[in-house]
Design a binder for this molecule. Sequence first.
Ligand code: MLT
Length: 408
Amino acid sequence: MIKINENYLKLQSGYLFPEISRRVRAFSAKNPNAKIIRLGIGDVTEPLPPAIIEAMHKAVEQMGSRADFKGYGPEQGYDFLSEAIIANDYKSRGVNLENSEVFVSDGAKCDTGNFQEIFGIDNVIAVTDPVYPVYVDTNVMAGRSGNTDKTGRFSGIIYMPCTPDNNFVPELPKGKADLIYLCFPNNPTGAVATKEQLKIWVDYARDNKSIILFDAAYEAFISDNIIPHSIYEVEGAKEVAVEFRSFSKTAGFTGLRCAFTVVPKELRAWTKDGKAVEVNPIWNRRHCTKFNGASFISQAAAAAVYTESGKKQVRKIIELYMSNAALIRSTLEKLGHEVYGGVNAPYVWLKTPNKKSSWEFFDLLLEKANVVCTPGSGFGSAGEGFVRLSAFGEPANVAEAMERFKKL
Ligand code: MLT
């Protein structure tokens, strides 16, 4: 008899975003004339800029030429891309890395979900609440939790509430956490952490022999100069942190797929009998076994993000999304709403009016304004009473969504 992995049965029936899509489809079917504006999932809407398209055309030509054709590439990514990443994203901020510390992949969702695999099952996980669901669900699938309580929290996982009272930056956990997930700029709250705040976490991880999985997928949206873009800007972080980055939101690659993970050589985990083990070769082993590399074409496209024209074009698109964020924030503030985020991140975190639950407000917004948001409770129990509005959208649609908010 084939046995199922019963850990999957502990999970809620559907992943958050497909569940939202299902509800929106049902609404559309009943209201075929409704012009729905989607500020739900953080999916980009602007087409790829010319420098990236040009690089892809060139890569396609290469794939059609006997002399330049590429079969399997290095599982860790081509050097041309790792070098561009290191020079532009790290060296420029005082962080030195080697190519072998950068692992190119097809997405930060997979990387943040997969990374837990290389750690023992008895590690204690700490996550913020609200949280990007992938961190929790993948640990539940692996068996690092018990069942959920009535608030939807899994036993065996440490949840660190992020609320307006702590500016959505969690306090250190009371218990000892082995694997800590942090995401800044934050999805879903749009909050950021200063160097001093990250230093507290790095020190905690060094003192407790823990590892921080730092999701920096939204770093390109930081506008405030004092906010670090990488956890490695904090002294000692290379000993205790893995960093995830993505071209999805930065450069519009959600449909193209390219991301990377940094695993420093200094990073250590331990055997049961206390022997230090380098994490980089273990991740390399896992990566080479389960992944054959991101496609040459998407890596060529990603490298174009770092050319002079690529940088300018990508920056213009980021500015467009951030002006959407500013419009959402200012409109909602003027309407008297309590809003957070949207300054260094493409997400605005809105307190629902009149104590409505997240899903009640989701339904109201869909029915009355035909606008899709993401219910905060989908990110955890501390997200109840909030919804997330994504600034990824065509400006005219975002402006129209704000007009509809005014009439709510
Ligand atoms: C989100 O809307 O939270 C993101 O688009 C999800 C993701 O990046 O997987």
